[in-house]
Design a protein around this ligand. Sequence first.
Ligand code: GDP
Ligand code: MG
Length: 458
Amino acid sequence: SSDKKTWIRQPIIVVLGHVDHGKTTLLDKIRGTAVAKKEPGEITQHVGASVVPASVLNKITEPLKKYFPKLVIEIPGLLFIDTPGHELFSNLRRRGGSVADMAILVVDVVEGFQPQTIEALNILKEKRVPFIVAANKIDRLEGWKAFPDTPFLESVKRQSPRTISILEERIYQLVGKLYEHGFESERFDRVKDFRRTVAIVPISAKTGEGISELLALIAGLAQQFMKKKLVTSEDAARGVVLEVKEEQGLGTTIDVIIYDGVLSKNDLFVVVGKNGPIVTRVRSLLMPRPLQDMRMHEGRFVQVDLVTAATGVKISAPGLEDALAGSPFYVIPSEDRIQEFTRMVQEEVSQIRFKGESDGVVLKADTLGTLEALLEALRRENIPVKLADVGHVTRNDVLEAAIVSKSKPEYGVILAFNVKILPEAEELRARENIPVFKHNIIYQLLEEYLKWFKEFKE
Ligand code: GDP
Ligand code: MG
Protein backbone atom coordinates (compact mmCIF):
# COMPACT_ATOMS: atom_id res chain seq x y z
CA SER A 1 0.00 0.00 0.00
CA SER A 2 1.10 3.60 -0.49
CA ASP A 3 1.49 4.46 3.21
CA LYS A 4 4.25 1.87 3.53
CA LYS A 5 7.45 3.24 5.04
CA THR A 6 10.37 3.22 2.60
CA TRP A 7 14.01 4.21 2.97
CA ILE A 8 17.33 4.06 1.17
CA ARG A 9 19.52 1.26 2.47
CA GLN A 10 23.30 0.95 2.60
CA PRO A 11 24.82 -0.30 -0.64
CA ILE A 12 26.43 -3.73 -0.25
CA ILE A 13 30.11 -3.62 -1.16
CA VAL A 14 32.55 -6.48 -1.79
CA VAL A 15 36.32 -6.36 -2.00
CA LEU A 16 37.96 -8.66 -4.54
CA GLY A 17 41.42 -9.20 -5.96
CA HIS A 18 44.48 -11.42 -6.21
CA VAL A 19 45.88 -12.99 -3.04
CA ASP A 20 48.20 -10.68 -1.08
CA HIS A 21 47.19 -7.58 -3.00
CA GLY A 22 45.75 -6.12 0.21
CA LYS A 23 42.03 -6.96 0.56
CA THR A 24 42.20 -7.79 4.26
CA THR A 25 44.45 -4.85 5.05
CA LEU A 26 42.07 -2.51 3.21
CA LEU A 27 39.01 -3.82 5.08
CA ASP A 28 40.88 -3.58 8.39
CA LYS A 29 41.90 -0.03 7.57
CA ILE A 30 38.34 0.96 6.68
CA ARG A 31 37.01 -0.72 9.82
CA GLY A 32 39.74 0.79 12.00
CA THR A 33 39.12 4.24 10.59
CA ALA A 34 35.41 3.81 11.15
CA VAL A 35 35.96 2.75 14.75
CA ALA A 36 38.39 5.59 15.38
CA LYS A 37 36.08 8.24 13.94
CA LYS A 38 33.02 7.01 15.66
CA GLU A 39 30.99 8.26 18.56
CA PRO A 40 30.59 5.36 21.00
CA GLY A 41 27.30 3.54 21.33
CA GLU A 42 26.40 2.56 17.78
CA ILE A 43 26.93 -0.99 16.54
CA THR A 44 28.96 -1.07 13.35
CA GLN A 45 29.77 -4.77 13.39
CA HIS A 46 27.28 -6.96 11.57
CA VAL A 47 27.46 -10.69 10.97
CA GLY A 48 29.74 -11.30 7.98
CA ALA A 49 29.82 -7.58 7.30
CA SER A 50 30.66 -4.23 8.80
CA VAL A 51 29.00 -0.89 8.27
CA VAL A 52 30.64 2.46 7.81
CA PRO A 53 27.81 4.81 8.78
CA ALA A 54 27.12 8.14 7.06
CA SER A 55 28.41 10.10 10.07
CA VAL A 56 31.80 8.42 9.67
CA LEU A 57 31.77 8.80 5.87
CA ASN A 58 31.18 12.51 6.41
CA LYS A 59 34.18 12.82 8.71
CA ILE A 60 36.48 10.76 6.52
CA THR A 61 35.55 12.68 3.39
CA GLU A 62 35.64 16.13 5.01
CA PRO A 63 39.12 16.99 3.62
CA LEU A 64 37.80 16.35 0.10
CA LYS A 65 35.12 19.04 0.25
CA LYS A 66 37.50 21.61 -1.20
CA TYR A 67 37.96 19.47 -4.32
CA PHE A 68 34.38 18.26 -4.55
CA PRO A 69 32.17 20.93 -2.96
CA LYS A 70 29.02 19.12 -4.05
CA LEU A 71 29.91 15.99 -2.11
CA VAL A 72 27.05 15.29 0.29
CA ILE A 73 26.52 11.84 1.79
CA GLU A 74 22.86 10.89 1.33
CA ILE A 75 23.06 7.15 1.89
CA PRO A 76 22.94 5.83 5.48
CA GLY A 77 26.37 4.24 5.09
CA LEU A 78 28.19 1.44 3.33
CA LEU A 79 27.90 -2.24 4.18
CA PHE A 80 31.16 -4.07 3.50
CA ILE A 81 31.13 -7.84 3.25
CA ASP A 82 33.86 -8.87 5.64
CA THR A 83 35.47 -12.04 4.39
CA PRO A 84 36.64 -11.25 0.92
CA GLY A 85 37.39 -13.89 -1.66
CA HIS A 86 35.93 -15.41 -4.74
CA GLU A 87 34.36 -18.39 -3.05
CA LEU A 88 32.39 -16.22 -0.66
CA PHE A 89 31.52 -13.88 -3.46
CA SER A 90 29.87 -16.83 -5.23
CA ASN A 91 27.55 -17.27 -2.25
CA LEU A 92 26.31 -13.71 -2.60
CA ARG A 93 24.26 -15.02 -5.51
CA ARG A 94 20.86 -13.74 -6.41
CA ARG A 95 18.73 -14.84 -9.34
CA GLY A 96 20.48 -13.48 -12.41
CA GLY A 97 23.11 -11.53 -10.50
CA SER A 98 24.71 -10.67 -7.21
CA VAL A 99 23.60 -9.28 -3.89
CA ALA A 100 26.65 -7.02 -4.09
CA ASP A 101 25.73 -3.57 -5.37
CA MET A 102 29.30 -2.57 -6.02
CA ALA A 103 32.82 -3.94 -5.79
CA ILE A 104 36.32 -2.73 -5.11
CA LEU A 105 38.86 -4.58 -7.22
CA VAL A 106 42.16 -4.38 -5.35
CA VAL A 107 45.30 -4.48 -7.49
CA ASP A 108 48.84 -4.24 -6.16
CA VAL A 109 50.12 -1.25 -8.12
CA VAL A 110 53.64 -2.71 -8.20
CA GLU A 111 52.66 -6.26 -9.27
CA GLY A 112 49.80 -5.30 -11.57
CA PHE A 113 47.23 -7.77 -12.90
CA GLN A 114 47.52 -11.40 -11.70
CA PRO A 115 45.39 -14.50 -12.46
CA GLN A 116 42.88 -13.90 -9.67
CA THR A 117 42.56 -10.24 -10.67
CA ILE A 118 41.39 -11.45 -14.05
CA GLU A 119 39.10 -14.04 -12.50
CA ALA A 120 37.55 -11.38 -10.27
CA LEU A 121 37.09 -9.13 -13.28
CA ASN A 122 35.34 -11.94 -15.17
CA ILE A 123 33.00 -12.61 -12.26
CA LEU A 124 32.15 -8.91 -11.97
CA LYS A 125 31.51 -8.77 -15.69
CA GLU A 126 29.35 -11.90 -15.64
CA LYS A 127 27.30 -10.69 -12.65
CA ARG A 128 27.20 -7.09 -13.96
CA VAL A 129 28.48 -5.62 -10.70
CA PRO A 130 29.82 -2.07 -11.11
CA PHE A 131 33.27 -1.64 -9.63
CA ILE A 132 36.15 0.71 -9.02
CA VAL A 133 39.82 -0.25 -8.94
CA ALA A 134 41.92 0.39 -5.84
CA ALA A 135 45.52 0.65 -7.03
CA ASN A 136 46.98 -0.42 -3.70
CA LYS A 137 50.42 -0.16 -2.07
CA ILE A 138 51.38 3.22 -3.55
CA ASP A 139 53.65 3.59 -0.50
CA ARG A 140 55.87 0.96 -2.12
CA LEU A 141 56.50 3.02 -5.24
CA GLU A 142 60.08 4.18 -5.57
CA GLY A 143 60.65 7.36 -3.59
CA TRP A 144 57.11 7.56 -2.19
CA LYS A 145 56.89 9.76 0.92
CA ALA A 146 54.05 8.62 3.10
CA PHE A 147 51.57 11.08 4.61
CA PRO A 148 49.41 8.79 6.73
CA ASP A 149 45.62 9.06 6.40
CA THR A 150 45.75 11.96 3.95
CA PRO A 151 43.71 12.12 0.76
CA PHE A 152 45.63 10.91 -2.27
CA LEU A 153 45.20 14.31 -3.94
CA GLU A 154 47.03 15.97 -1.02
CA SER A 155 49.74 13.37 -0.78
CA VAL A 156 50.52 13.25 -4.50
CA LYS A 157 51.23 17.00 -4.55
CA ARG A 158 54.10 16.43 -2.15
CA GLN A 159 55.81 13.68 -4.15
CA SER A 160 58.80 14.19 -6.40
CA PRO A 161 58.22 14.48 -10.17
CA ARG A 162 60.06 11.20 -10.64
CA THR A 163 57.81 9.33 -8.19
CA ILE A 164 54.75 10.86 -9.81
CA SER A 165 55.87 9.66 -13.22
CA ILE A 166 56.44 6.14 -11.85
CA LEU A 167 52.89 6.21 -10.48
CA GLU A 168 51.52 7.43 -13.81
CA GLU A 169 53.34 4.62 -15.60
CA ARG A 170 51.81 2.01 -13.26
CA ILE A 171 48.34 3.42 -13.65
CA TYR A 172 48.76 3.51 -17.39
CA GLN A 173 49.57 -0.21 -17.27
CA LEU A 174 46.37 -0.89 -15.32
CA VAL A 175 44.41 1.13 -17.87
CA GLY A 176 45.90 -1.06 -20.60
CA LYS A 177 45.00 -4.30 -18.84
CA LEU A 178 41.45 -3.15 -18.16
CA TYR A 179 41.12 -2.16 -21.81
CA GLU A 180 42.14 -5.70 -22.85
CA HIS A 181 39.20 -6.95 -20.82
CA GLY A 182 36.75 -4.51 -22.33
CA PHE A 183 36.77 -1.68 -19.80
CA GLU A 184 37.60 1.98 -20.30
CA SER A 185 39.35 3.30 -17.22
CA GLU A 186 41.12 6.39 -15.92
CA ARG A 187 42.52 7.81 -12.70
CA PHE A 188 39.43 8.83 -10.70
CA ASP A 189 40.10 12.58 -10.73
CA ARG A 190 40.21 12.56 -14.54
CA VAL A 191 37.04 10.57 -15.14
CA LYS A 192 34.35 12.53 -16.93
CA ASP A 193 31.57 9.95 -17.14
CA PHE A 194 31.53 7.39 -14.34
CA ARG A 195 28.94 5.26 -16.14
CA ARG A 196 31.38 4.58 -18.96
CA THR A 197 34.76 4.75 -17.28
CA VAL A 198 36.06 2.63 -14.43
CA ALA A 199 37.69 4.86 -11.82
CA ILE A 200 41.14 3.93 -10.55
CA VAL A 201 41.92 5.22 -7.05
CA PRO A 202 45.56 5.07 -5.95
CA ILE A 203 45.62 4.07 -2.29
CA SER A 204 47.75 2.58 0.43
CA ALA A 205 45.82 0.30 2.74
CA LYS A 206 48.83 0.49 5.02
CA THR A 207 49.27 4.27 5.35
CA GLY A 208 45.62 5.15 4.71
CA GLU A 209 46.43 7.48 1.82
CA GLY A 210 43.56 7.64 -0.68
CA ILE A 211 41.06 5.89 1.59
CA SER A 212 38.92 9.02 1.85
CA GLU A 213 38.67 9.26 -1.93
CA LEU A 214 37.90 5.57 -2.23
CA LEU A 215 35.00 5.80 0.23
CA ALA A 216 33.74 9.10 -1.16
CA LEU A 217 33.71 7.69 -4.64
CA ILE A 218 31.78 4.56 -3.72
CA ALA A 219 29.24 6.56 -1.76
CA GLY A 220 28.96 9.13 -4.55
CA LEU A 221 28.50 6.55 -7.30
CA ALA A 222 25.94 4.60 -5.28
CA GLN A 223 23.79 7.60 -4.56
CA GLN A 224 24.08 8.95 -8.07
CA PHE A 225 23.45 5.81 -10.08
CA MET A 226 21.68 3.22 -7.96
CA LYS A 227 19.28 5.05 -5.69
CA LYS A 228 16.27 3.22 -7.14
CA LYS A 229 17.84 -0.14 -6.44
CA LEU A 230 18.61 0.94 -2.88
CA VAL A 231 15.03 1.82 -1.97
CA THR A 232 13.64 -0.72 0.47
CA SER A 233 10.51 -0.93 2.63
CA GLU A 234 8.82 -2.61 5.57
CA ASP A 235 8.04 -5.59 3.35
CA ALA A 236 9.01 -9.18 4.18
CA ALA A 237 12.79 -9.56 4.21
CA ARG A 238 14.79 -11.01 1.33
CA GLY A 239 18.38 -12.09 1.51
CA VAL A 240 20.96 -14.76 0.84
CA VAL A 241 22.60 -17.35 3.08
CA LEU A 242 26.29 -16.47 3.21
CA GLU A 243 27.39 -19.27 5.53
CA VAL A 244 25.95 -22.15 7.53
CA LYS A 245 27.64 -22.52 10.92
CA GLU A 246 27.50 -24.58 14.07
CA GLU A 247 27.47 -22.35 17.15
CA GLN A 248 27.96 -23.61 20.65
CA GLY A 249 24.64 -23.61 22.49
CA LEU A 250 22.72 -22.57 19.37
CA GLY A 251 23.08 -25.55 17.06
CA THR A 252 23.13 -24.89 13.32
CA THR A 253 22.76 -21.22 12.46
CA ILE A 254 22.76 -19.33 9.18
CA ASP A 255 24.55 -16.06 8.51
CA VAL A 256 22.33 -14.10 6.16
CA ILE A 257 22.84 -10.88 4.24
CA ILE A 258 19.48 -9.10 4.11
CA TYR A 259 19.24 -6.81 1.08
CA ASP A 260 15.57 -5.93 1.25
CA GLY A 261 12.88 -5.39 3.88
CA VAL A 262 12.53 -6.05 7.59
CA LEU A 263 13.19 -9.26 9.49
CA SER A 264 11.72 -9.92 12.94
CA LYS A 265 11.93 -12.59 15.57
CA ASN A 266 9.38 -15.38 14.92
CA ASP A 267 9.13 -14.57 11.20
CA LEU A 268 8.36 -17.56 8.99
CA PHE A 269 10.98 -18.05 6.28
CA VAL A 270 12.20 -20.42 3.61
CA VAL A 271 15.73 -21.41 2.63
CA VAL A 272 17.01 -24.23 0.44
CA GLY A 273 18.29 -27.37 2.14
CA LYS A 274 20.13 -30.41 0.88
CA ASN A 275 16.83 -32.29 0.59
CA GLY A 276 14.56 -29.47 -0.56
CA PRO A 277 13.13 -26.26 0.87
CA ILE A 278 13.23 -25.73 4.64
CA VAL A 279 10.36 -23.72 6.12
CA THR A 280 10.90 -22.63 9.71
CA ARG A 281 10.58 -19.69 12.09
CA VAL A 282 13.27 -17.33 13.41
CA ARG A 283 14.05 -18.34 17.00
CA SER A 284 16.60 -15.61 17.54
CA LEU A 285 18.29 -12.85 15.58
CA LEU A 286 21.89 -12.38 16.62
CA MET A 287 24.29 -9.50 16.10
CA PRO A 288 27.93 -9.38 17.19
CA ARG A 289 28.37 -7.98 20.68
CA PRO A 290 30.09 -4.56 20.43
CA LEU A 291 33.76 -4.84 21.39
CA GLN A 292 33.57 -2.27 24.18
CA ASP A 293 31.10 -4.32 26.20
CA MET A 294 32.64 -7.71 25.57
CA ARG A 295 32.27 -9.36 29.00
CA MET A 296 33.23 -12.83 30.02
CA HIS A 297 30.64 -15.61 29.73
CA GLU A 298 28.20 -13.47 27.80
CA GLY A 299 28.85 -14.95 24.41
CA ARG A 300 29.84 -13.22 21.23
CA PHE A 301 26.33 -12.26 20.18
CA VAL A 302 23.47 -10.11 21.39
CA GLN A 303 19.85 -10.84 20.57
CA VAL A 304 17.79 -8.27 18.73
CA ASP A 305 14.07 -8.26 17.92
CA LEU A 306 14.30 -6.83 14.45
CA VAL A 307 16.78 -5.97 11.72
CA THR A 308 16.35 -3.86 8.59
CA ALA A 309 18.09 -4.00 5.22
CA ALA A 310 20.92 -3.84 4.52
CA THR A 311 22.45 -5.96 7.22
CA GLY A 312 24.27 -9.15 8.06
CA VAL A 313 22.61 -11.19 10.81
CA LYS A 314 22.96 -14.62 12.35
CA ILE A 315 19.70 -16.56 12.53
CA SER A 316 19.05 -19.40 14.87
CA ALA A 317 16.00 -21.53 14.02
CA PRO A 318 14.95 -25.16 14.26
CA GLY A 319 15.70 -27.43 11.31
CA LEU A 320 18.60 -25.60 9.67
CA GLU A 321 21.00 -28.58 9.74
CA ASP A 322 20.79 -29.15 5.98
CA ALA A 323 20.63 -25.51 4.89
CA LEU A 324 22.90 -24.61 1.96
CA ALA A 325 25.18 -21.60 1.68
CA GLY A 326 24.26 -19.52 -1.35
CA SER A 327 20.58 -20.29 -0.82
CA PRO A 328 17.97 -17.59 -1.28
CA PHE A 329 16.33 -16.47 1.98
CA TYR A 330 12.73 -15.25 1.87
CA VAL A 331 10.39 -14.33 4.69
CA ILE A 332 6.96 -15.82 4.01
CA PRO A 333 4.38 -13.10 4.79
CA SER A 334 1.61 -15.52 5.88
CA GLU A 335 1.12 -19.27 6.33
CA ASP A 336 -1.22 -19.55 3.36
CA ARG A 337 1.65 -18.55 1.09
CA ILE A 338 4.08 -21.29 2.12
CA GLN A 339 3.53 -23.28 -1.06
CA GLU A 340 4.00 -20.26 -3.30
CA PHE A 341 7.35 -19.50 -1.66
CA THR A 342 8.66 -23.06 -1.56
CA ARG A 343 7.81 -23.40 -5.25
CA MET A 344 9.61 -20.18 -6.00
CA VAL A 345 12.88 -21.26 -4.34
CA GLN A 346 12.61 -24.76 -5.80
CA GLU A 347 12.24 -23.35 -9.27
CA GLU A 348 15.21 -21.05 -8.74
CA VAL A 349 17.44 -23.81 -7.43
CA SER A 350 16.46 -26.33 -10.11
CA GLN A 351 18.54 -24.22 -12.50
CA ILE A 352 21.60 -24.96 -10.36
CA ARG A 353 21.03 -28.48 -8.92
CA PHE A 354 19.83 -30.92 -11.51
CA LYS A 355 20.20 -34.29 -13.15
CA GLY A 356 19.75 -34.27 -16.88
CA GLU A 357 19.61 -36.97 -19.54
CA SER A 358 22.27 -35.80 -21.97
CA ASP A 359 25.95 -36.71 -21.75
CA GLY A 360 28.01 -34.32 -19.70
CA VAL A 361 30.31 -34.00 -16.73
CA VAL A 362 29.37 -34.67 -13.10
CA LEU A 363 29.78 -31.59 -10.95
CA LYS A 364 29.87 -31.55 -7.14
CA ALA A 365 30.52 -28.45 -5.03
CA ASP A 366 30.34 -27.35 -1.41
CA THR A 367 27.72 -24.59 -1.74
CA LEU A 368 25.00 -23.43 -4.11
CA GLY A 369 27.10 -20.39 -4.87
CA THR A 370 30.20 -22.25 -5.96
CA LEU A 371 28.08 -24.76 -7.87
CA GLU A 372 26.45 -21.96 -9.83
CA ALA A 373 29.77 -20.25 -10.47
CA LEU A 374 31.21 -23.51 -11.84
CA LEU A 375 28.16 -24.12 -14.00
CA GLU A 376 28.48 -20.65 -15.50
CA ALA A 377 32.18 -21.18 -16.12
CA LEU A 378 31.57 -24.55 -17.83
CA ARG A 379 28.78 -23.03 -19.91
CA ARG A 380 31.21 -20.39 -21.16
CA GLU A 381 33.49 -23.20 -22.35
CA ASN A 382 30.58 -25.12 -23.92
CA ILE A 383 31.09 -28.11 -21.64
CA PRO A 384 27.78 -29.93 -21.02
CA VAL A 385 26.83 -30.95 -17.48
CA LYS A 386 24.86 -34.10 -16.71
CA LEU A 387 24.59 -33.81 -12.97
CA ALA A 388 25.16 -30.81 -10.71
CA ASP A 389 24.70 -31.00 -6.98
CA VAL A 390 25.96 -29.87 -3.59
CA GLY A 391 27.77 -32.42 -1.43
CA HIS A 392 30.52 -35.01 -1.35
CA VAL A 393 31.12 -37.31 -4.30
CA THR A 394 29.03 -40.46 -3.84
CA ARG A 395 29.05 -43.90 -5.45
CA ASN A 396 26.04 -42.81 -7.46
CA ASP A 397 27.95 -39.84 -8.90
CA VAL A 398 30.65 -42.23 -10.09
CA LEU A 399 28.03 -44.48 -11.70
CA GLU A 400 26.64 -41.47 -13.59
CA ALA A 401 30.10 -40.53 -14.84
CA ALA A 402 30.77 -44.16 -15.79
CA ILE A 403 27.64 -44.24 -17.97
CA VAL A 404 28.68 -41.04 -19.76
CA SER A 405 32.21 -42.34 -20.17
CA LYS A 406 30.95 -45.27 -22.34
CA SER A 407 29.70 -42.95 -25.11
CA LYS A 408 31.52 -39.66 -24.43
CA PRO A 409 34.69 -40.40 -22.45
CA GLU A 410 35.82 -36.76 -22.64
CA TYR A 411 32.81 -35.87 -20.47
CA GLY A 412 32.86 -38.99 -18.30
CA VAL A 413 34.62 -37.22 -15.46
CA ILE A 414 33.90 -35.81 -12.01
CA LEU A 415 34.66 -32.22 -11.06
CA ALA A 416 34.78 -31.83 -7.28
CA PHE A 417 35.00 -28.38 -5.76
CA ASN A 418 35.90 -28.25 -2.08
CA VAL A 419 34.23 -31.63 -1.37
CA LYS A 420 35.48 -35.10 -0.52
CA ILE A 421 35.19 -38.33 -2.42
CA LEU A 422 33.48 -40.83 -0.13
CA PRO A 423 35.45 -44.07 0.37
CA GLU A 424 32.99 -46.39 -1.44
CA ALA A 425 32.85 -43.88 -4.29
CA GLU A 426 36.63 -43.84 -4.53
CA GLU A 427 36.74 -47.62 -4.71
CA LEU A 428 34.36 -47.71 -7.65
CA ARG A 429 36.03 -44.74 -9.30
CA ALA A 430 39.42 -46.44 -9.23
CA ARG A 431 37.94 -49.67 -10.60
CA GLU A 432 36.07 -47.89 -13.43
CA ASN A 433 39.02 -45.60 -14.07
CA ILE A 434 36.95 -42.39 -13.96
CA PRO A 435 39.09 -39.22 -13.91
CA VAL A 436 38.37 -36.89 -11.03
CA PHE A 437 39.43 -33.25 -10.84
CA LYS A 438 39.58 -31.75 -7.37
CA HIS A 439 40.41 -28.21 -6.37
CA ASN A 440 39.34 -25.41 -4.10
CA ILE A 441 40.01 -22.62 -6.55
CA ILE A 442 37.37 -22.43 -9.27
CA TYR A 443 39.55 -21.34 -12.15
CA GLN A 444 42.19 -23.94 -11.35
CA LEU A 445 39.64 -26.74 -11.25
CA LEU A 446 38.39 -25.63 -14.63
CA GLU A 447 41.87 -25.18 -16.05
CA GLU A 448 42.96 -28.68 -15.03
CA TYR A 449 39.94 -30.30 -16.61
CA LEU A 450 40.21 -28.22 -19.80
CA LYS A 451 43.87 -29.12 -20.14
CA TRP A 452 43.03 -32.82 -19.82
CA PHE A 453 40.10 -32.35 -22.22
CA LYS A 454 42.32 -30.80 -24.91
CA GLU A 455 44.95 -33.49 -24.54
CA PHE A 456 42.23 -36.14 -24.74
CA LYS A 457 40.88 -34.64 -27.98
CA GLU A 458 44.30 -34.80 -29.65
P1 GDP B 1 44.93 -10.20 0.80
O1 GDP B 1 45.46 -11.58 0.56
O2 GDP B 1 44.49 -9.55 -0.47
O3 GDP B 1 43.90 -10.13 1.88
O4 GDP B 1 46.20 -9.33 1.26
P2 GDP B 1 46.60 -8.82 2.72
O5 GDP B 1 45.73 -7.71 3.15
O6 GDP B 1 46.70 -9.99 3.62
O7 GDP B 1 48.03 -8.19 2.41
C1 GDP B 1 49.12 -8.97 1.98
C2 GDP B 1 50.40 -8.32 2.42
O8 GDP B 1 50.56 -7.05 1.82
C3 GDP B 1 50.47 -8.08 3.93
O9 GDP B 1 51.79 -8.33 4.35
C4 GDP B 1 50.14 -6.62 4.07
O10 GDP B 1 50.73 -6.03 5.21
C5 GDP B 1 50.73 -6.05 2.80
N1 GDP B 1 50.02 -4.83 2.37
C6 GDP B 1 48.71 -4.69 2.16
N2 GDP B 1 48.42 -3.44 1.76
C7 GDP B 1 49.59 -2.76 1.73
C8 GDP B 1 49.96 -1.42 1.39
O11 GDP B 1 49.15 -0.57 1.03
N3 GDP B 1 51.29 -1.12 1.46
C9 GDP B 1 52.23 -2.04 1.84
N4 GDP B 1 53.49 -1.64 1.87
N5 GDP B 1 51.91 -3.29 2.16
C10 GDP B 1 50.62 -3.66 2.12
MG1 MG C 1 43.01 -11.70 2.94
